[in-house]
Design a binder for this molecule. Sequence first.
Ligand SMILES: [Zn+2]
Length: 336
Amino acid sequence: MTELKNQESRQPGRRRTLLLALLLASLIGLLYARPSWRHDAGATAARATHAVLLIAGMSPRDVYVWRLRLAGLYDTPIGLAWREAVAAARPTALDNRQQARLVFRPETVRARVFETPLARGMALRWRLSRAAPDSGRLFASLQHSDDGRASADWHTVATLHADGRPHQYTARDNGHYRLVFQPELGVSIQARLAIVRGGSLPFPVVGGHEYDIGGGFGAPRDGGKRRHKGVDIFADRDTAVRAVVDGRVSTGNGGLGGHYIFLSSGFIGPRFYYAHLDHFAVKSGTRVDAGQIIGYVGNSGNAAGGPTHLHFGVYVAGGAIDPAPFIRPMPNLPGD
Ligand SMILES: [Zn+2]
């Protein structure tokens, strides 16, 4: 699967590089062909180049690397130091909740890197703000890699803006994630970063907590004949359960789940399974909003006679995945 994805992305990537090289060559050619344009057109051409590269799907950081090439700095010691600063940085391991001050001085070439593994369904929330007025550019991005080595293939999944507002990214794959901060050469920048890590969804049982989860995902069931395909959240009978996303509910009755609900947010997103309910709060086929009460905890189905609990499952195209990362507590952003 990964092999296939790489194959698919390699060809368009090569074509894109060729296209960019042609565009850049024509822009440079234009400047040299008309000496009278050089002064006035310099800035315009730089802006046009920028626009072209951004449209081609390159990150602002990639665009800057092209600018280093254009300026003849790419292979100089300072260009090399800039390009290797991220690999040379000692990454800080991210906690669930933390703040950092990012200080970059014009005379030093360095990058700051924060790293964390994330399971599918977990999210990072952050706020990036300028701590001092300055005019330099700060390249800030969130990157993903299947393994955590600095030499690994890191892909940018989000660009961070120092706008002082909260932003969130939900992990679509298990893997390693890192936040990378690096200013352009020769500028002074001070910024503040607040960041938290937790689940991307609200807790499905109203008033419930992570420590109410009893049976974990993958635990053996029926003497090892099958595996537990969700988590069990223990709660009193008739405790309300909420929709974790906007979507459509479909209710059912029978089998292991007893009174159960499937909540779907669309064709692509995961489906959420609520089982062993005592009764429903919504009719099958209803559209619901995230947070809305859809049913009440019970012990219907194969939980009959046992302690009341919600069996909560997350299903994707490949089958059931661990719901626990989705419903971990998300701390408040420092400063909120
Ligand atoms: Zn269960």
